[in-house]
Design a protein around this ligand. Structure first.
Ligand code: GDP
Ligand code: MG
Length: 437
């Protein structure tokens, strides 16, 4: 995809404002990216329409190509669509807080009931209880007991008793034993069906849970939307746990579900282990869906108004040890604009940013250095060796400083040259393979 995109992007020229044809061109690729990520067709259509309207006529930052500008808008829209809503579990004013896990069979209800219980205990100091309300799936109760045991979280079960009775009894049990949260592990079916929904509605009616979380398997792709809609229509869910994102699913389900139900994704399951659960981050999901992590990073960098070309020229000079006071000056000006020397140097190929870690930048000293270099002639900047004492005096007078300041700068510059020499030597050797990883 990235290849396709970049070829589409190359056709676009930098023009100040995004035209309709710029946007159309890029949107064709965005549309494919979204469909490939399993975002449902209708959601893609609506999304593209909305973003196209927004993008046409937008001013393009000088540092971005039109295509990058479009990707940026698309990314922002994805984030804002999937964001909003809190990724927290509502805590009941009167304990216990009851959380009802619902979803299709195999989605990950049982596993994620345990994961969430563990998370709430760890992060909020809760004392959760797991309740086995799936009386149909063979060995469902035993499975819950196994995960409960692994986390040392108690499990309440009553065999094949009516699930509503079990849920009520579990809450009574929790009150009696000081459990301030109860996670109801309910049954699922392979497909949405009436009987299942009625049973879940009956449980909801009886126990009035603080939170109904729909568990959705990210791998089921577009079917996730239909399931989510059916569960939300029947139960008015509060949020979604999207599981199995450790696989290669691109996570388009997150966008579809949010678009169709309006309910927030609260947590994501990232593996089979019982601590593989994370709070949902819309920005991470957006770049996963777009599959353009690199492009997005690039845009971010470009926006820092960093002149890549200059950096490359500089790197070339460093390699040839042709690093002059003029370069030093140019670099200082950029550093001032960027705020971080580490970052600047880190972006230069062949330079080890670690070596410069902690290099602090003193604004005042920077301005002084800048002033001194500005007082030099181009010839002096290229070749500081010609700086005799009368030249130094002239320079110091020109910038209102002392000759010692000029000398200090020259010493610093000399050290910098020395350091870059060593580093370029080192990176040269490394390239030849003398230093393995
Ligand atoms: P339930 O039928 O909805 O209760 O689903 P289960 O909790 O029994 O999960 C079904 C399967 O999916 C189990 O093998 C789980 O270990 C697995 N599973 C659940 N969540 C995740 C996840 O985030 N990543 C991966 N790789 N597997 C998961
Ligand atoms: Mg289960």
């Amino acid at each position: 995809l990235t290849e396709k995109l970049s070829s589409a992007f190359k056709k676009l020229r930098n023009k100040g404002r995004l035209t309709e044809s710029d946007v159309k061109e890029a949107m064709r690729e965005i549309r494919l990216a979204l469909l490939e990520a399993d975002v449902s067709y209708k959601v893609v259509k609506d999304f593209i329409k909305a973003v196209t309207e927004k993008a046409v006529g937008t001013e393009v930052l000088e540092s971005l190509t039109p295509a990058q500008a479009i990707v940026k808008i698309v990314n922002q829209e994805l984030v804002s669509l999937m964001g909003g809503g809190s990724a927290k579990i509502t805590i009941a004013s009167q304990p216990p807080t009851v959380v009802m896990m619902v979803g299709l069979q195999g989605a990950g209800k049982t596993t994620n009931a345990a994961k969430l219980a563990g998370l709430m205990r760890k992060q909020n100091g809760k004392r959760p209880l797991l309740a086995a309300c799936d009386i149909y799936r063979p060995a469902a109760i035993q499975q819950l007991e196994v995960v409960g045991k692994q986390l040392d979280i108690p499990v309440f079960q009553m065999g094949q008793e009516n699930p509503v009775t079990i849920a009520e009894a579990a809450i009574a049990h929790a009150k009696k034993h000081g459990n301030d949260m109860v996670f109801l592990d309910t049954a699922g079916r392979l497909h949405v069906d009436e009987a299942l929904m009625e049973e879940l509605q009956a449980i909801k009616q009886a126990v009035q849970p603080s939170e109904i979380l729909l568990v959705v398997d990210a791998m089921i792709g577009q079917d996730a939307v239909n399931a989510a809609k059916a569960f939300d229509d029947a139960l008015d869910i509060d949020g979604v746990v999207l599981t199995k994102l450790d696989g290669d699913a691109r996570g388009g389900a997150a966008l579809s579900i949010k678009a169709v139900t309006g309910k927030p994704i609260k947590f994501v399951g990232m593996g089979e282990k019982l601590d593989n659960i994370e709070v949902f981050h819309p920005d991470r999901m957006a770049s996963r869906i777009l599959g353009m992590g690199d492009v997005l990073t690039l845009i971010e960098k470009a926006e820092q108004q960093f002149d890549m070309q200059k950096a490359q020229e500089l790197a070339e000079k460093l390699k040839k040890n042709r690093f002059t006071l003029q370069d030093y000056y140019d670099q200082l000006v950029q550093v001032k604009g960027m705020g971080s020397m580490d970052e600047l140097l880190g972006m230069m190929p062949g330079l080890n940013a670690k070596a410069l870690e902690g290099a602090t930048i003193n604004e005042k000293a920077l301005s002084r250095t800048e002033a001194i270099i500005l007082s030099m002639t181009p010839q002096e900047r290229e070749n500081p060796a010609i700086l005799n004492s009368s030249r130094k005096k002239r320079i110091a007078a020109g910038c209102g400083l002392q000759v010692v300041d000029v000398n200090r700068l020259l010493k610093e510059f000399g050290m910098m040259q020395q350091m870059t020499k060593q580093m370029t030597k080192l990176s040269g050797k490394r390239r030849k393979g003398k230093f393995g990883k």
